[in-house]
Design a binder for this molecule. Structure first.
Ligand SMILES: *Cc1c(COP(=O)(O)O)cnc(C)c1O
Length: 359
């Protein structure tokens, strides 16, 4: 079987060495030494001032919404993972969807202004597949209308625009370190903030809102992660470059083999680096996509309709809405298998199936 993704697992003895450290310190969770070490190493690697290691990428989004005191309408994208939308609703805000751009598949910045009302407080956009949103235009709109900006950077680990970390954009940026993501700590997430005061607030929110052992300064939650997860993050940290190189090579293999197929790839932000988190392709029509999926199934290959369906017409808690570009793209986008252990020969089989389907 060729799965669509497979978590990276480091050599077990390297993880065991960290378990020895945990047994030595007897510190299991609550911002222990390994969590702190991970935060420092990641902040340094990603070239940001500070990073908060939290339970997962979903709580990271919820903490972001809470930290910015949002209560009204939040402009967001219908083309993302469900957590982008559900965290807005979970925090008592109203998601207002704006259609995506058909080239980048990110929220269409040119359509944001038309969706702004007197109740709009923020824009929460996803860097889909790690490809940066139109961060400059979005910030200009936010400045003009006095809105906050949150970026769901769950896919965007390591991406830079002209050397600047993607996580430096917006008031708050988040990332997911889930096992299926590019770089992981089994479960985990990261939160970054532009302003020091916001970062401090996020830190307090992560720990129940404690201001000291007997005082509270915020409405908080338990967003802490454990030393066991930090240990996995630290072991995997050593492999970041190797993982990146491997995924780059696999991506290039796909590019070469698919050059003769009738498939399109989303466009990438021109000044940004790539992180090779996913390999999305756009087919001509849903009919082709379903044909390919059927052939994949026969050959024990998994691919994922990521993202499908649109978040604006699939949840039981929001009204059904259609969006021209999102609905069209969601129907014909497919993410092909891409993971560290994927082999060149597997890519050959996958690409042959795709090419044959068109013939
Ligand atoms: C994975 C993901 C999340 C949620 O992250 P978890 O760590 O699984 O909670 C949020 N947004 C997007 C776009 C994702 O892909």
């Amino acid at each position: 079987m060729i799965p669509v993704t497979k978590p990276f697992l480091p050599p077990q003895n390297e993880y065991r060495a960290y378990l020895d450290k945990i047994w030595e310190s007897q510190w299991l969770t609550n911002m222990g030494p390994l969590s702190k070490e991970l935060e420092l190493r990641l902040a340094n690697h990603l070239r940001v001032n500070e990073a908060l290691f939290v339970t997962n990428g979903t709580i990271a989004l919820q903490m972001a919404i809470k930290a910015l005191d949002l209560t009204g309408e939040v402009i967001t994208t219908p083309f993302s993972f469900i957590a982008t939308t559900s965290s807005i609703v979970w925090e008592g805000c109203r998601p207002v969807f704006v259609d995506i751009d058909k080239e980048s598949l990110n929220i269409d910045a040119a359509k944001i202004e038309a969706a702004i009302t007197s109740k709009t407080q923020a824009i929460l956009a996803t860097h889909v597949y790690g490809n940066p949103c139109d961060v400059e235009k979005i910030q200009a709109i936010a400045d003009k209308y006095n809105l906050k900006v949150i970026y769901d950077g769950a896919h965007a680990f390591g991406v830079k625009i002209n050397g600047k970390s993607i996580f430096e954009y917006g008031d708050i940026s988040t990332c997911s370190l889930h096992a299926t993501k590019l770089y992981h700590s089994v479960e985990g997430g990261l939160v970054f903030a532009k302003r020091k005061a916001v970062f401090k607030k996020l830190k307090s929110i992560r720990n129940f809102g404690f201001a000291g052992p007997e005082a509270f300064d915020e409405l908080g939650i338990n967003g802490k992660n454990s030393e066991f997860h930090a240990a996995m993050g630290l072991v995997n940290f050593k492999y970041i470059d190797k993982i990146h190189q491997k995924r780059k090579a696999l991506t290039e293999k796909y590019d070469t083999l698919l050059s003769e197929a009738n498939v399109q790839k989303p466009s990438w932000y021109q000044e940004a680096t790539q992180n090779y988190a996913y390999y999305p392709i756009l087919l001509d029509s849903e009919k082709y996509l379903l044909k390919i999926l059927e052939k994949f199934k026969k050959n024990n290959i998994q691919a994922r309709r990521y993202f499908y369906p649109s978040l604006a017409n699939s949840t039981p808690y929001l009204p059904i809405q259609s969006f021209e570009v999102t609905d069209d793209i969601a129907k014909r986008v497919l993410c092909l298998p891409l993971f560290y252990d994927l082999m060149s020969k597997d890519i050959k089989v996958i690409c042959e199936i795709i090419i044959k389907t068109f013939k």
